[in-house]
Ligand binder design. Structure first.
Ligand code: FAD
Length: 468
């Protein structure tokens, strides 16, 4: 740990020296530089740099990931958007049209997806095919072998266990519905102002391991803030252990990603015939320009890259689970399912080959008792955040907020299950480690969102350069 701190302090010092020296010699910055000049080089707490991520993501990963996410297995996500907010009652759903979510009609979702959540077991698939022929899908549960039943029971137990970072949506509830993610894209909805701030505020204020006395900088709900409080905030953040700092960065990265998306798919024009969506450079600058945000914007973009690295690492770790011969991306269309599995494995191998992965071994590496407590705190804070998503007063934002927190929660579950994954049998039911279809769909779609944000940063960089 001591060596780690020394290295970190040295790294931060070097970055400070480099950036401060740089500023003195340069002519006035362009709009592109004001958003991006500080978003380059090494990321805090990591050995990776932004440029390596950009190249890897934009040219090698992004196109293939988009193709995978368009497949039937990944485009349908079951979600309960009607769960009541457990924290307060006054949620205004004041009818913004762009907040509406159109659920699927039951005949739109492939039967293979609807009928069971453990479809990737070879045995279960065979049984289901037989059952489908006999037109009695309902018999699947009872006809599973003893071994598979045992595994399913174990998985259910595991899903409720202390390894889960998210409050699982009750997808068996009559209120839960399938949503086609391609038809309900994450984009500008007009959800803003005190309602949206309240959510972000609760997420940060109550869940980021922060002493009450320290307010976040530029927080629109906190009054009387000034520069000195900003400095207190950052000296507090820097004084935190790497895990607590990581937690804040993950949330801030998710927040930045959502705001990149709404700036990239902004409602530019509306006529009675059609709506035009596209990049809104001013919106992007207001959120991320170094001067307009008093240095905050570039920091937030760096947090987005940090989130990218964490999810990338989780995907590289979970490869053995997907490589098992009896794992299937089951939708009922055999040829398509096999092709999609090949594409999924290709993507995961590409991810594994990434040279500068985040070293999660530095997480919870201290004293065993303390590490255990910290991991538990981390998990509880994260579960709390997933419950806050039920308070988001815009259904479209709630859908994507839920999906992305579940995806990040799944990534954290993977990172903390390394030994269980390593000990998984190569075939047959896995008792210790399991991912539900919901977790798989949210994991890849959440990563798809962050990957798209990184790609969008390149688009904004080009757009900003072209206007100056
Ligand atoms: P906000 O983004 O609301 O931020 C509030 C304050 O937090 C800022 O003033 C700043 O001090 C601080 N802050 C901002 N960004 C960061 C960061 N990255 N890290 C740390 N601190 C930060 N709107 C849409 O149009 N489409 C969506 O799909 C959508 N999804 C949402 C999902 C959720 C869960 C929530 C809570 C909101 C969502 N919104 C969405 C709303 C959107 O995120 C903003 O809240 C809204 O556009 C208002 O923006 P703002 O500039 O007032 O600041």
């Amino acid at each position: 740990m001591d060596r780690g701190w020394g290295f970190l302090i040295g790294l931060l010092g070097a970055v400070w020296l480099l950036t401060s020296g740089h500023e003195e010699q340069q002519p006035p910055e362009t709009a592109a530089q004001r958003c991006f000049c500080q978003v380059s080089g090494y990321l805090d707490d990591c050995t990776c740099d932004v440029e390596t991520i950009d190249r890897f993501n934009n040219y090698r990963l992004f196109p293939r990931l988009q193709k995978l996410l368009e497949s039937d297995y990944f485009r349908y996500y079951k979600v309960n958007l009607k769960r009541p907010c457990p924290f307060w009652n006054d949620i205004s759903q004041c009818g913004r049209r762009d907040c509406a979510v159109k659920p699927c009609q039951s005949d739109e979702v492939p039967d293979g997806i609807k009928s069971a959540s453990y479809k990737y077991s070879e045995e279960a698939n065979n049984l289901i095919e037989e059952c489908e022929q006999a037109e009695r899908l309902g018999a699947v549960d009872e006809s599973l072998s003893e071994e598979t039943q045992k595994a399913v029971l174990q998985w259910t137990k595991h899903d409720d266990s202390s390894d889960n970072f998210c409050e699982a949506d009750d997808i068996q509830s009559p209120d839960a519905e399938y949503v086609d993610l391609l038809l309900n894209p994450e984009r500008y909805t007009g959800y803003k102002g005190p309602d949206a701030w309240k959510i972000w505020n609760v997420i940060y204020e109550e869940n980021c391991f922060k002493p009450q006395a320290i307010k976040r900088p530029l927080n629109p709900l906190a009054s009387g803030q000034g520069k000195s409080e900003e400095n207190t905030f950052y000296s507090w953040l820097e004084g935190l252990c790497v895990e607590k700092r990581a937690f804040y960065r993950l949330i801030s990265g998710l927040h930045a990603s959502i705001n990149v998306h709404l700036s990239a798919r902004y409602l530019l024009q509306e006529t009675w015939l059609e709506k035009k969506w596209g990049h809104n450079i001013t919106e992007f600058q207001q959120r991320f320009d170094g001067i307009l945000t008093e240095g905050e914007g570039p920091r937030r973009l760096k947090n987005l890259y940090f989130l990218y690295l964490i999810e990338l690492r989780a995907l590289s770790k979970v490869l053995p689970f997907f490589e098992r011969p009896d794992f299937q991306l089951f939708t009922g269309n055999k040829i398509q399912d096999e092709e999609n599995k090949m594409l999924l494995l290709e993507i995961l191998h590409e991810i594994k080959s990434f040279p500068l992965h985040f070293d999660e071994n530095s997480f919870f590496a201290g004293d065993k008792k303390e590490a255990h407590k910290l991991k538990e705190d981390f998990r509880l804070h994260f579960r709390n955040i997933s419950r806050i998503m039920d308070c988001v007063g815009c259904f479209k934002c709630r859908l994507w907020g839920k999906l992305q927190t579940q995806g990040l929660g799944t990534a954290l579950k993977i990172l903390f299950s390394e030994k269980l994954i390593a000990n998984m049998p190569e075939s047959g039911p896995s008792y210790e480690f399991h991912l539900t279809r919901q977790e798989i769909v949210s994991l890849f779609n959440a990563f798809g969102r962050i990957s798209t944000s990184v790609k969008e940063l390149e688009n904004f960089r080009n757009l900003l350069q072209s206007i100056h």
